[in-house]
Design a binder for this molecule. Structure first.
Ligand SMILES: *[C@@H]1O[C@H](CO)[C@@H](O)[C@H](O)[C@H]1NC(C)=O
Ligand SMILES: *[C@@H]1O[C@H](CO)[C@@H](O)[C@H](O)[C@H]1NC(C)=O
Ligand SMILES: *[C@@H]1O[C@H](CO)[C@@H](O)[C@H](O)[C@H]1NC(C)=O
Ligand SMILES: *[C@@H]1O[C@H](CO)[C@@H](O)[C@H](O)[C@H]1NC(C)=O
Length: 351
């Protein structure tokens, strides 16, 4: 998910040198050590592929917690990819594909490659950025060009995040209410096609992000940030039910009496429980007003980080992002991801 007003200009990318040090989840040792992590999807996992300065993630105050400047992550700091990379024992987050392309160096792909672009979906949502099919094509081309060996691929993990942009796009382009259910079915079918394709390319451990409680995200609850939109949440429940069935089917088709190949991160129950409990006490995360984002526009015409023609900031920013679950209208803060990831770990222990 992401909102981007696109113009054309570029910031240099320094992401390959980001270290995952203090502030990320304390290193937990996974049962499986991938040599590489490959990432597909949207802003929940993008770590800097969109390099136009008009992307909100390329402007202050994005990145103020980590790395200290806007890095293209849609948060004040680390996102899901960074926490997973750390958890599975990688020294750094996989390099964003757009940065990697400039050199094509095998060494810089040592931890894998992140193909995710904020704002994209499994179908076309944010021109000109690549949908998930195209992102997987990029991956396939690198394999065809022997950037990775089959051993690299077999011992890697894929993280796949289709977190709702298809639905925002559907609603924004006046999709009919009657058409929603068939549309959810087509989205999940396409997710399933994508997961199977990544598996066929040789990745044996594939983690897919379920849809969160989108009706509780600040965007639909603004400006009071009090009450979740239950219609939207029931859409997420429907999506997740279908996704679970699809993943069970894939697992029954692919596992040969061994461990499963596909895993779902249950964002829905995890985030809902963090909202209900005002935090995740197990890891010392407290969010007194969990529905209220840290950074938001002064009116619905403005978003976090936007300035008017005179350069005046048109948003409010909280003093302590570490006390907020949400950073902007759809994305968690680093602390929000930390709290969420630590609850999701139980799913990953089975990897
Ligand atoms: C993006 O960069 C261009 C050229 O450097 C600049 O004119 C423009 O103001 C920048 N836009 C934003 C939103 O920072
Ligand atoms: C993804 O994008 C490509 C290139 O624009 C397009 O040809 C293809 O139909 C799209 N795939 C889906 C599933 O929307
Ligand atoms: C909930 O979201 C739906 C879909 O965006 C919208 O049509 C509806 O008006 C919202 N309900 C409330 C109570 O805001
Ligand atoms: C938002 O922008 C639209 C069109 O530019 C304008 O008509 C409207 O008054 C603005 N709303 C607010 C709350 O500023």
């Amino acid at each position: 998910m992401a909102s981007n007003n696109l113009l054309f200009s570029f910031l240099s990318l320094l992401l390959f040198s980001l270290h995952l040090g203090q502030g990320s989840s304390s290193p937990v040792h996974a049962h499986f050590y991938p040599l590489k992590l490959f990432v597909f999807g949207d802003s929940y996992v993008d770590t800097g592929n969109i390099n136009v300065n008009t992307s909100s993630a390329r402007n202050f105050p994005y990145g103020i917690t980590f790395p200290g400047f806007p890095s293209g992550r849609f948060s004040d700091g680390r996102v899901l990819t960074d926490f997973l990379a750390n958890y599975v024992g990688l020294k750094r987050s996989p390099i964003p594909f757009t940065a990697w392309k400039k050199t094509g160096s095998k060494l810089r792909a040592k931890c894998g490659i992140n193909f995710a672009f904020g704002g994209t979906g499994v179908f076309d949502t944010l021109y000109p950025f690549p949908n998930m099919t195209t992102q997987i094509n990029f991956f396939q081309n690198l394999i065809a060009n022997s950037i990775f060996t089959s051993y690299d691929i077999h011992s890697s993990i894929a993280l796949v995040s289709p977190s709702g942009n298809d639905y925002s796009f559907y609603l924004a382009t006046n999709g009919s209410p009657e058409g929603v259910k068939p549309f959810v079915i087509s989205v999940v079918n396409q997710i399933s096609v994508n997961l199977k394709r990544i598996y066929k390319l040789g990745v044996k451990k594939i983690v897919v992000v379920g849809l969160g409680p989108v009706g509780c995200y600040p965007s639909p609850t603004a400006p009071s940030f009090k009450k979740c939109n239950e219609t939207m949440n029931s859409l997420a429940v429907f999506h997740n039910t279908l996704l679970k069935q699809a993943v069970e089917k894939l697992n029954s088709e692919t596992k040969l009496g061994g461990s499963p190949n596909f895993f779902i991160l249950n964002m829905y129950d995890t985030v809902l429980s963090i909202i209900k409990n005002k935090g995740n006490p197990k890891v010392g995360a407290t969010f007194q007003t969990p529905l209220k984002p840290c950074c938001f526009g002064v009116s619905s015409n403005f978003s976090c980080g936007s300035v008017d023609e005179h350069g005046n900031k048109m948003y409010t920013l909280c003093k302590r992002p570490d006390l907020a679950l949400f950073w902007d209208t759809v994305h968690p803060t680093q602390k929000g991801w930390f709290a969420t990831f630590n609850s999701l770990i139980s799913t990953l222990k089975r990897i």
